[in-house]
Design a protein around this ligand. Structure first.
Ligand SMILES: Nc1nc2c(ncn2[C@@H]2O[C@H](COP(=O)(O)OP(=O)(O)OP(=O)(O)O)[C@@H](O)[C@H]2O)c(=O)[nH]1
Length: 676
């Protein structure tokens, strides 16, 4: 049943489709899922909506017209020809492939230039087959039903839980969303998480069932599931195959028929939301904006309302996906502004751009700042690269404001930075981007979450780095962060999944079913998720479980620091904090992983995990052995024994003085959560 009062709270904030579905569900007496779903919807609803509709006219830039069909060249007096939309979905449900087809259908890319996942332009994205950065493309679409030409601004968004922040920003720049659901897999954890965000942003949502070409596709069953689980009306959903192109033109028609046009006044003082920005070594800082009011032109002086910085606009334009310069960007449109910005600190994502001479009265509501939850140390292999690393981090942060960094030093690794990320995949991506795009060699220390230490002198300190943990006698109590996790899994694997959550100190909050799929809501310590939870979840459910989480609160916990000793030497960069009940298991697991990661030496290398002076786990890497008896043909056994004894004594000496080389990959792999 829908909880009493839900409708009043959802009120006008929820899209029409959502309300239709809620009403329909109330009439039917409700399904099994809406109960947990609707209260969480309520807590996510955001009262910041778009400004009221005003009569507007738009300016069609001449240089863009030259590459648009002729029908586009008629003067427009309102914004009813513009549609701004995002494509949202669970990871791998086909967002980027659908974006490719839409781009192709609108004729933006010549057949010979077409390649798969066109918008995943970063090498890393193509190699890993995932979207990391949200991308924007302007399409020109002539509707066969009305004969009218529409300007479609498409945003492709990432699906992985670590990049939810990218999704929320993209959604703030649009009025509608295409919700892509794989017709063979159905609703997954990130489908839910993303659809909540779209509803928060006040979006009209069009459900799209993808991959109907697959023999395992069950579009009718999945439609029912979308209605039961999300509460969206699917009577007007579109069934497509993004891969073969089947029915994709129906998506374009649905976009122009069902999504609302943007609102804005072309005569009002210019006001634009800074959605994204990145550093281009040829062009400098490029900012991606969504213009809310007025017009931005080349030669104008723009002010960033939060930082107060003023810049002269060099270029404005759009991506098609090629970068095309235009004369202006006006209310309702999306595009880029380049303004010779040199200092990366002048560009804050979520800031409002306005005209210096005719400024807007107030800034637009920005974005909720993202909070990094996983921290690790980044150190240059070559200590003279420290300054280069500092500059590179500043440039990269311009492109990804969701990570943080501060200077740090380590006895073993020298000068470096302590960096905060949204998750382990995010951490790996940033590390790889630093190495590839800025040509740096880095050492990454074991990731850790942020603990709170309440000291005996009454103060509270945050602990970002396990190596900084003070003497236990100075600490009165410690708290660790907890998350609320939503896991969706087929019935058959539910038992193992529940056992895993219990093993990781999880507290069950809810368990509901839709058909043969269960949705379990758990409270879990973040520390337990960072450590291989996702890997285990995927393996025990044969890849069928999906998982999403959000931060919940801090709770008191019995925590200990575990030190790792390699060849009897403590390696600070590998120490970590764990709950006492998990310390042995975690210590053993890390020693076992390190055993595989550290290459064999000429001598035996013991790897130990210890709490204070007490060793809790040990593994030994066997020594490489030269066959010293090779030259003894047959002969006397005592001669062979003598040679072996001599070798043993030599190795003992070597072990005492030998240094163990720990490869860089060992630092990150030792605590890695997943390989995706
Ligand atoms: N059979 C079939 N495969 C498809 C279809 N659409 C996408 N795929 C495949 O599904 C996989 C994932 O597609 P992507 O477009 O990369 O998915 P995505 O949602 O953008 O993934 P992320 O960006 O990582 O979140 C690719 O191997 C595609 O070729 C379809 O309609 N039919």
């Amino acid at each position: 049943m829908v909880p009493a009062g839900t409708r009043a709270v959802l009120g006008p904030l929820v899209s029409r489709a959502r309300l239709r579905a809620v009403r329909k569900k109330e009439g039917r007496g409700g399904g099994t899922f809406p109960d947990p779903v609707l209260p969480s919807l309520r807590s996510r609803l955001n009262p910041n909506r778009f400004s009221p509709m005003v009569r507007v006219c738009t300016f069609v830039p001449s240089s863009f017209l030259s590459h648009c069909p002729a029908a586009d060249r008629s003067p427009m007096s309102d914004l009813s020809h513009i549609r701004n939309f995002a494509i949202i979905a669970h990871i791998d449900h086909g967002k980027s492939t659908l974006a490719d087809r839409l781009i192709q259908l609108c004729g933006n890319v010549e057949a010979r230039d077409m390649k798969e996942q066109l918008l995943d332009s970063m090498d890393l994205e193509r190699e890993r087959g995932i979207t990391i950065k949200a991308q924007t493309v302007r399409l020109s679409y002539v509707s066969p039903s009305t004969g009218r030409t529409y300007q479609l601004n498409l945003m492709d968004t990432p699906g992985h839980v670590d990049f939810a922040y990218e999704v929320s920003r993209s959604l703030a720049a649009c009025e509608g969303s295409l919700l892509v659901v794989d017709a063979s897999q159905g609703v997954e954890a990130q489908t839910l998480a993303n659809v909540y965000q779209a509803i928060d942003a006040g979006h009209e949502i069009i459900p799209v069932l993808n991959k109907i070409d697959l023999p395992a596709a069950e579009p009718e069953r999945i439609k029912q599931q979308i209605e039961d689980v999300i509460g969206l009306d699917t009577s007007e959903s579109v069934g497509i195959s993004a891969k073969t192109g089947l029915n994709v033109e129906q998506v374009l028609e649905a976009l122009v028929q069902r999504l609302p046009p943007p609102k804005g006044n072309i005569d009002a003082p210019p006001q634009a939301l800074l959605v994204d920005s990145w550093y281009d070594s040829y062009l400098g800082v490029v900012t991606l904006v969504r213009v809310r009011e007025g017009v931005f032109r080349k030669g104008m002086r723009v002010r960033m309302m939060a930082t107060g910085a003023v810049h002269l606009v060099d270029k404005v334009g759009v991506f098609t996906p090629k970068l095309i310069e235009t004369d202006s960007l006006s209310a309702g449109e999306m595009g880029f502004i380049m303004a010779g910005i040199k200092s990366v600190s002048d560009c804050q994502i979520g800031d409002t751009l306005t005209d210096e001479r005719n400024p807007a009265a107030s800034p637009l509501p920005g974005f909720k700042p993202s909070v990094p939850v996983v921290w690790c140390g980044l150190f240059p292999v070559d200590t003279s690269d420290f300054e280069v690393l500092r500059e590179s981090l500043a440039k990269l942060r311009l492109n990804d404001s969701s990570f943080e960094y501060q200077a740090d030093t380590s006895a073993a690794l020298g000068f470096g930075f302590r960096c905060g990320f949204l998750g382990l995949l995010h951490m790996e991506i940033i590390q790889e981007r630093l190495e590839r795009e800025f040509d740096l060699d880095l050492i990454t220390t074991a990731p850790s979450v942020v603990y709170r230490m309440y000291m005996t002198d009454g103060t509270m300190e945050e602990l970002h780095n396990p190596a900084d943990m003070p003497d236990v006698v100075k600490i009165d109590r410690m708290e660790e962060p907890w998350v609320k996790a939503t896991i969706m899994v087929p019935d058959d694997y539910l038992g193992q999944v529940l056992a895993l959550c219990t093993e990781r100190r999880g507290i069950q909050m809810d368990l509901t079913y839709a058909g043969n799929r269960a949705m379990a809501v758990y409270k879990l310590p973040l520390n337990e998720i960072v450590f291989d939870f996702y890997d285990r979840l995927k393996s025990i459910s044969r890849g069928y479980a999906s998982f999403d989480y959000e931060m919940s609160d801090y709770q008191e916990s019995d925590l200990v620091r575990i030190s790792i000793l390699v060849n009897a030497e403590p390696v600070d960069a590998l120490s970590f904090i764990a709950h006492r009940s998990q310390s042995e298991y975690r210590g053993r697991a890390i020693c076992a992983r390190l055993k595989d990661l550290i290459p064999r030496h000429m001598f035996k290398v013991p790897i130990q995990a210890a709490i204070g002076g007490r060793v809790i786990a040990r593994e030994t890497i066997a020594a490489l052995r030269k066959d010293v008896t090779a030259k003894c043909y047959g002969g006397d056994i005592s001669r062979k024994k003598k040679l072996l004894e001599k070798q043993k004594a030599g190795k003992k000496r070597m072990r005492q003085f030998g240094k163990v080389e720990i490869p860089q990959s060992a630092f990150i792999s030792a605590l890695r959560m997943n390989d995706e």
